[in-house]
Design a protein around this ligand. Structure first.
Ligand SMILES: Cc1cc2nc3c(=O)[nH]c(=O)nc-3n(C[C@H](O)[C@H](O)[C@H](O)COP(=O)(O)OP(=O)(O)OC[C@H]3O[C@@H](n4cnc5c(N)ncnc54)[C@H](O)[C@@H]3O)c2cc1C
Length: 681
């Protein structure tokens, strides 16, 4: 084994990245995985995640996926809030002259404790559950107040959520009542030079012994960027390194000054809070923040890793984003139906033609899918079941369907969907932002695949990795150069490096892990053969689906059996790619998307099973649309085509990276906003 791979704490994915020579990626992934694991522990999550059980077994009971009804009392509370918000909107008082959420709107809804909705009552909050919050968020977004939904979601997930879970008693008593009163709380991770690679945060603190406080430094390209709800006088949680060169990340809560200030003779710190200039979340506050020697009281440090708190809070943040997506899509559907019913197209009203009907059906289906996944995740969370995989699928599916619905709404409504005052225009940039914030969609799907396959990989794939590790070092134990590295054992490697490949194959044959893998394959092959009648017999005979409406039963069986098949698909991917899988993002994304579609289908079907007839019809339509999407995402059968695509792509990327692409070479790129130091603009 190489020196680097001796760390037993690291997952096989991290070790595989190291073995394939991807050291930087391995280091960042190790940090992210350990923060994610710690966050799950903090949440008291016990059982194996639902997605993992649906793929690797044991199969969950179907009641686990059936939504339970919400408390009627919370519905009344929600309606009061929505009425107050709509009233403010109808009086023209919801927004300021420059289009931001108004203080009138905030006060009107906070009569009903919205800003403290999920904060425990002992701290002045309403003590509602996240499921109740999701229902509220969806309705606020559906009623044209998406900005308010975004603000409340941030306040109660990445704001209060982390504080409730990780704050000390004093910190909770100090800050939570302020939040419940309506003081905004932002969460600052992103920096000018740090985006998705969160572990690279460069903002840092130093302890100032003389003044018994922390000093925060986030100057130049370490400025915090795109921070939602960060404003003068507001509260903020800032992720910062515990010392300029420290590897540890801390989290600090502080109140921002009422004004910008420069460090000088009579002021020992500098601070500025400026608009970030983003088009998304346009009715919200979104800022770029600079801190220079900024004092933070010693007691304001949250005693936890900043990244861990972020991952903990993100689980609920992602659910709320899905609830808002459901709301936005209901808004689009309502606008599209209204337009199509009144507008004459070629040959009569637009609503009477099949293609606009399909667009409207897709929007409604997307809304139901976002809502169902959100509620399923929150129900699992309430039962302390690990959300690995499900929280990512929920967010990715909701943000993805929102973008599809946006385009469907544009198709039905036509030119007017682009009018400045159209609700579709008002949410366009935000709909796009939903795929980027709280984890970029494709990256979280890759993370989801890693998480849900980790048990299998860590148990059964160690053999091949250890063998590849061992043959990729020279006689002195140093890693061989890239051109000599064997990333997969097969005919190619046998031909190119016969000695080392044969040695590896022999070692593999005597490795326990290979035989454990073969035993696993045999066991699951037998189990799948025994389960075959369940797939063939008429679905109406299966007691498992007895409580589902007839139109939905077959979709539930389809989704469950295809999810079970994914364990073979992933095994196939591992055998085909071996260490090369660490770089094969395209097949992994296709695989992840397939799981996302199947999980969405299950969520929609079970949500439909307890819904009214009209929603059951939407559920059946969406399940069919998802089934057709699943069929376009075949993984193993498409491997030759995927490999051809990857080869073609590598060639194009080669030209692009070496500035030899004549299609763009004569075009001067625009200056990148918020430049960082090593950027050659
Ligand atoms: C409206 C809005 C509100 C926001 N609010 C907040 C907030 O309140 N607090 C906060 O901290 N941040 C906030 N953000 C920041 C947001 O979280 C970041 O924009 C996001 O993390 C992406 O970072 P980036 O924009 O710098 O993209 P980059 O990090 O520059 O990434 C660019 C692209 O590269 C891709 N990429 C990078 N590495 C890989 C890889 N290994 N494989 C494949 N693809 C890769 C990414 O997926 C992405 O698509 C907000 C952003 C917006 C737009």
């Amino acid at each position: 084994m190489t020196k680097q791979s001796e760390d037993s704490q690291d997952s096989i994915s991290v070790r595989a990245l190291r073995s394939s020579g991807n050291l930087k990626y391995a280091e960042e992934l190790a940090a992210i995985e350990s923060a994610e694991k710690a966050a799950d522990k903090q949440g008291g999550k016990r059982s194996t995640s639902l997605v993992q059980r649906l793929i690797y077994g044991p199969q969950p009971d179907s009641y686990e996926m059936r939504p339970t009804p919400s408390d009627p009392k919370s519905r009344i509370h929600k309606e009061q809030i929505i009425d107050a918000a709509k009233d403010c909107l109808s009086r023209g008082q919801a927004f300021t002259a420059d289009g931001k959420l108004s203080s009138e709107l905030r006060s009107a809804v906070n009569e009903y404790n919205v800003y403290g909705y999920t904060i425990p009552q002992e701290f002045g909050g309403a003590g509602s559950s996240y499921r109740e919050l999701a229902e509220l968020e969806e309705d606020i977004a559906a009623n044209g107040l998406g900005g308010l939904a975004v603000e409340i979601s941030g306040q109660l997930t990445i704001g209060a959520g982390g504080l409730i879970a990780y704050g000390s008693d004093e910190q909770k008593s100090l800050f939570l009542p302020l939040l419940a009163e309506g003081q905004l709380m932002a969460f600052a991770l992103t920096e000018v030079k740090v985006g998705v690679n969160a572990k690279k945060v460069s903002t840092y603190v130093e302890f100032d012994e003389a003044n018994d406080c922390w000093r925060l430094f986030a100057t130049g390209d370490s400025n915090k960027l795109y921070i939602t709800s960060a404003k003068h006088g507001g509260l903020i949680a800032v992720v910062a390194r515990l010392g300029q060169d420290s590897r540890k990340l801390g989290l600090f809560i502080t109140q921002l000054p009422e004004n910008d200030s420069q460090k000088g003779l009579d002021n020992d710190f500098g601070f500025s809070c400026q608009p970030s200039g983003t088009e998304a979340f346009q009715t919200n506050i979104n800022s770029r923040l600079s801190f220079d020697n900024f004092p933070i009281p010693e007691s304001n440090r949250i005693d936890a890793d900043g990244l861990e708190v972020l991952f903990y809070s993100l689980a609920m943040g992602r659910c709320m984003l899905s609830a808002m997506s459901a709301g936005f899509q209901r808004l689009y559907a309502s606008e599209a139906v209204n337009y199509a019913k009144h507008r004459d197209g070629v040959g009569g009203r637009v609503i009477n033609h099949e293609l606009p009907q399909l667009s409207i059906g897709q929007i409604l289906g997307g809304a139901l899918q976002s809502r169902s996944l959100c509620h399923l995740s929150l129900q699992q969370n309430e039962q302390h079941i690990n959300l690995s995989g499900l929280r990512d699928i929920t967010k990715s599916a909701a943000a993805g369907s929102l973008l599809e619905s946006l385009s469907c709404a544009e198709r039905v409504i036509g030119g007017r969907s682009l009018n400045q005052d159209s609700p579709v225009s008002a949410t366009r940039a935000t709909a796009h932002a939903f795929s980027i914030v709280e984890g970029e969609n494709d990256l979280i799907i890759l993370g989801m695949v890693r998480e849900i396959t980790s048990n299998f990989v860590n148990t059964y794939m160690t053999g091949i990795l250890t063998v590849l590790d061992e043959i990729n070092v020279d006689s002195q134990g140093n890693p061989v150069s890239d051109d000599k590295r064997i990333l997969s054992l097969g005919l190619k490697s046998l031909f190119k490096f016969p000695g080392r490949s044969l040695r590896a194959i022999l070692k593999l044959l005597i490795s326990k892990s290979l035989w454990a893998l073969l035993a696993w394959m045999l066991k699951h092959a037998i189990l799948d053969i025994l389960a075959l009648p369940k797939r063939i017999l008429p679905v109406s005979w299966r007691p498992r689906y007895a409580k589902l409406p007839p139109a939905l039963k077959a979709y539930a069986r389809y989704a469950e059996s295809r999810l079970q098949d994914q364990k073979w698909t992933y095994l196939g991917l591992n055998i085909f790619y071996q260490l090369r899988l660490t770089r094969a993002q395209i097949p992994l994304l296709i695989f992840g998307k397939r799981i996302e579609f199947l999980m969405s289908m299950l969520a929609v079907v079970y949500a439909g099973s307890v819904a009214t007839e009209d929603i059951q019809a939407v559920a059946a339509l969406q399940a069919e649309l998802l089934k057709q999407k699943v069929k376009t995402k075949r993984v193993l059968r498409s491997l030759p085509a995927i490999e051809k695509l990857r080869r073609r792509l590598q060639r194009v990327s080669g030209f692009v990276k070496s500035d030899d692409c004549s299609m763009i070479n004569d075009i001067e790129p625009h200056t990148i906003p918020h430049a960082w130091s090593d950027l050659k603009n």
